[in-house]
Design a protein around this ligand. Structure first.
Ligand code: SF4
Ligand code: SF4
Length: 213
C-alpha cells in the first residue's frame, strides 16, 4: 500500500495511506493518551475521548484514532486546545474511579497513571465531584480478580474475550453511569467457561482485571 509523509510534533514520519494518526504516532514513538483504541479493530470505538490532537488547517482538535493520515499533514499532539479536551475527558473518567493506587495491583504499570503524567494533571478530579459506583468486587475466578470500580469501560477485554469464540463471556451491560463490564448472564466471572484463559487480564490498562498470582 502507498505511504504518505506527515509531520507529528515536528518529526517527519512515513505511514501507510489509510492509517489512523494515533497508530502512526504510537508506532513512531510519539505517545498520545488512549484507552479504547484497538489496532486490529476495523472501526475505532472512539469512546474514551482522550486522543485529541490539533491538525494544521483545522478549526478545532480531532480524535487521532478516527483521523486518517494524509500527505503533508502537520499534527501537534501538545496543543493547548487538544490537551484541554483530553484533560476534561480524563477528569470525567476519574470522577467515577475508585482511586486507591497504594493498594492496587496495577500501581506502577497502570495506564491511568501514565496518562495523568503525560497530561500533567492529577488522578484525582479537581473540578468534578467524585461519584463512585461501589459495585461488588468479583473474586470468583481462581486466576484473576475483577474490580468494576476500577474499570474505565475501554472494551479491550471484551475484544480479546470475543476471540475465544464459544467460550467468550464478557460484554457490557446497561447505559450511562450504570454501564459496566459483566458476563452475558451476569453470573460470576469464575463460572464455567472462563477458567483457563487470562487474555482479558493481559490487555486491561487499569487495576480492574488483575492476576491472582
Ligand atoms: S487502576 Fe490505576 S489509577 Fe486506579 S487505583 Fe489502580 S493504579 Fe491507581
Ligand atoms: S476490565 Fe479493564 S480491559 Fe475491560 S473494559 Fe474495564 S478497564 Fe477495559
Amino acid at each position: 500500500m502507498k505511504n504518505v509523509t506527515l509531520t507529528i510534533d515536528g518529526k517527519e514520519i512515513k505511514a501507510r495511506a489509510g492509517e489512523k494518526v494515533l497508530w502512526a504516532a504510537l508506532e513512531n514513538g510519539i505517545y498520545i493518551p488512549n484507552l479504547c483504541a484497538i489496532k486490529e479493530k476495523p472501526e475505532p470505538n472512539a469512546s474514551c475521548r482522550l486522543c485529541w490532537v490539533e491538525i494544521e488547517g483545522r478549526n478545532g482538535p480531532v480524535t487521532a484514532c478516527t483521523e486518517e493520515v494524509a500527505e503533508g499533514m502537520v499534527v501537534n499532539t501538545r496543543g493547548e486546545k487538544a490537551l484541554g479536551l483530553a484533560r476534561a475527558g480524563f477528569e470525567l473518567l476519574m470522577a467515577s474511579h475508585a482511586l486507591d493506587c497504594a493498594h492496587c495491583k496495577a500501581n506502577g504499570s497502570c495506564e491511568l497513571q501514565k496518562i495523568a503524567k503525560v497530561l500533567k494533571c492529577s488522578l484525582k478530579p479537581r473540578r468534578l465531584r467524585v461519584q463512585l459506583r461501589n459495585l461488588p468486587i468479583d473474586d470468583s475466578n481462581p486466576l484473576f480478580t475483577y474490580d468494576p470500580n476500577k474499570c474505565v469501560l475501554c472494551g479491550r477485554c471484551v475484544w480479546e474475550c470475543k476471540k475465544q469464540k464459544a467460550r467468550a463471556l464478557l460484554g457490557f451491560a446497561h447505559r450511562g453511569f450504570e454501564r459496566r463490564l459483566t458476563t452475558f448472564e451476569d453470573e460470576p466471572i469464575g463460572k464455567d467457561r472462563c477458567l483457563e484463559c487470562v487474555e482479558c487480564v493481559k490487555v486491561c490498562p487499569t487495576g480492574a482485571l488483575t492476576p491472582k498470582s
